[in-house]
Design a binder for this molecule. Sequence first.
Ligand code: AR6
Length: 175
Amino acid sequence: MRRIVEGVVLECVQGNIVQQPDMEAIVNAANRRLCTGGGVAGAIHRAAGPRLEQEAVPLGPIEPGQAVITGGYDLPNKYVIHCLGPVYGKDKPEAVLLGNCYRNALQLAEEKGLKSVAFPAISTGIFGYPIEDATKVAIAETLALVPKLKSVRHIRFVLFGDKDYQVYKNELGRK
Ligand code: AR6
């Protein structure tokens, strides 16, 4: 599912975040220490190789909503943008902190002059954020930023599961 808003392609696909070779940056659903983990973080660190941790860990610890950028190493992507999402029910206000992830990630992409960024559904796995609520935040925040983007021209949301993909598809089509 894809739509174009003010010249920016917004799309959602079902797939794996580490298999998006046409994107300049992929976003990691990181932990505060920026080390490897489960879910997205595990997949990204495995695919990027140990040099990713060597660069990322000294940049941490980060706080919920914050984002930092590193190289992509053995990934097909030039950069990884690491975001710490809120733990649902613990880091509050969740929606603000989750929105900050998308805003700060896109700001880093702009600063690097990147054209394309792929996001996973931050916080919706181990951190427990309900997918419907997280999707509303991710899409509303991204749409609010689109008019300000100068270099980013392609934003892709990559959903692992079919249900998550359907939720994104409905939300992106509705707005
Ligand atoms: N590609 C795309 N989406 C994925 C992939 C993948 N390879 N793997 C999982 N997902 P999570 P969080 C989906 O748990 O909730 C880590 O251990 C998954 O189904 O990766 O922000 C870190 O070290 C879910 O919908 O991130 C942190 O400690 C979404 O991506 C903690 O987990 C996010 O799931 C971060 O938790």
